[in-house]
Design a protein around this ligand. Structure first.
Ligand code: KG4
Ligand code: ZN
Length: 406
């Protein structure tokens, strides 16, 4: 089965094509994997503006689709054909006029590729941006008569760990049942994943998501969006472990932070709380940590590079301490053997290192997605879509659901 997957829930336009062989023991091969990130645009404003993100998605999705077909070697041009159900397509793309114009111009010239289904993220995420992916998927499904499958973005993050470093991978069901820690810019959740398709949220953030807290605290320190990788790079220098200048410059750390590898001792005057770390439930709260960081920054006044690194280290430690404590406790409580991590914050080195060590200590197997599949992508949406159900291509079935739950 050849699957085209589409993801536009936030600031990444992502498309992928997967070839899946077999049903009982499916084997997946990634034929194409494309991501057009809007980070450079949103950097200037310190965060994602939904309407601006929507415009970018609708501008970029069709050119990216063509590149995706090319990468999967299923792109061919044909002499312009008449488009099937043109008036229906005009209706579907009425709110994306730029995309509609491109669609009417380009799609009739593309040879219909052998796609067995189109899967698309319908939530959770930013509704204006979700609509672009959904409407594009619906228009394409209408024009080419290809079945459609709606996908929950968070299920994608849970299943993102199934792909290892190779292009082809088999479904490893032995990882279930698992407790999955999903940590991104929009979500912080602990999910009990009994098997593919069976999920129960056992805890979630009551306010800010972990990634959101990283981004906001980074902004308070004058760092650019997204703040997670930058805070992490600064914290690493402060801990003086493996951070090399080359590594840090690859992460776009401002050059003034690239200090020689002198050891910087922990500053005991810089302390932040670990919110809800010891509460009995599996919920999180990061808004208090964000406020405490603001007070700390205000108290210090002018931040020099050294204090920035120390705050970054303490902030990262605080987030990681809470995430680890709750995840390990959830895995013990629900008596699972495996811990799965997903979402942008899963790229965080300190979280990876310490959660791996803690899991080993407690005899849990741990699975992280590859770095590439930690942040938003369409490969994970394609994997989830393989297990999903085809739904009739109607507005009722394909609505953006900003707060969709697993
Ligand atoms: O999953 P994702 O790409 O998008 C959402 O669905 O939100 O996650 C993006 C989030 C951002 O908040 C970003 O700051 C955070 O993931 N992030 C990190 C790291 N890399 C990305 N946070 C901490 N450390 C990192 N290395
Ligand atoms: Zn995500």
């Amino acid at each position: 089965m050849i699957i085209l997957s589409i993801e536009t829930s936030c600031d990444e336009t992502a498309l992928a094509i997967l070839d899946v062989n077999g049903t009982a023991k499916p084997k997946f091969t990634v034929l194409a994997h494309k991501v057009a990130s809007q980070i450079e645009l949103h950097k200037q404003y310190g965060g994602v503006f939904p309407m601006m993100a929507k415009r970018e998605h609708s501008r970029n999705i069709l050119p990216l689709f063509k590149e995706t077909l090319r990468e999967a070697k299923c792109f061919a041009q044909v002499k312009s054909k008449t488009l099937k159900a043109e008036s229906e397509i005009k209706k579907i793309l009425t709110r994306e006029p730029e995309l509609l114009e491109q669609f009417l111009k380009e799609i009739p010239n593309i040879k219909i590729p052998k796609l067995n289904r189109i899967v698309v993220t319908v939530g959770p995420g930013l509704e204006p941006t979700l609509w672009v992916g959904i409407n594009f998927a619906r228009a394409l499904s209408t024009a080419w008569n290809i079945p459609l499958v709606p996908v929950n973005h968070m299920e994608g993050h849970v299943l993102s760990v199934l792909k290892g470093n190779t292009k082809s991978f088999a479904l490893n069901t032995t990882i279930f049942p698992a407790v999955s820690l999903l940590v991104s810019g929009g979500h912080t959740e602990l999910v009990l994943a009994k098997k593919v398709g069976s999920y129960k949220i056992i805890g979630k953030t009551l306010d800010d998501a972990a990634g959101e807290a990283f981004d906001k605290v980074a902004r308070m320190m004058g760092l650019t969006y997204p703040g997670g990788p930058q805070i992490s790079a600064l914290a690493e220098i402060s801990r003086n472990k493996t951070g090399t200048n080359a590594e840090l410059s690859r992460k776009n750390t401002p050059s003034r932070f690239l200090v020689p590898s002198a050891s910087v001792p922990r500053n005991s005057a810089i302390h932040l709380p670990r919110p809800m770390m010891h509460t009995k439930n599996f919920d999180f709260s990061f808004s208090g940590l964000k406020t405490a960081s603001l007070y700390l920054i205000q108290k210090i006044g002018t931040l020099n590079d050294k204090t920035k690194m120390e705050i970054a280290r303490e902030f990262e430690d605080a987030v990681v301490d809470v995430l680890i404590a709750k995840t390990i406790r959830a895995a013990k409580t629900y008596k699972v053997k495996t811990i799965i991590v997903g979402g942008g914050v899963a790229a965080n080195k300190e979280l990876r290192k310490r959660l791996t060590a803690e899991s080993k200590k407690n005899n849990f197997k741990i699975h992280f997605p590859t770095k590439e599949l930690s942040t938003d992508n369409a490969v994970m949406i394609g994997i989830a879509g393989f297990f999903g159900k085809v739904k009739k291509n109607t507005l009722e079935n394909f609505k953006a659901k900003g707060n969709m739950e697993l």
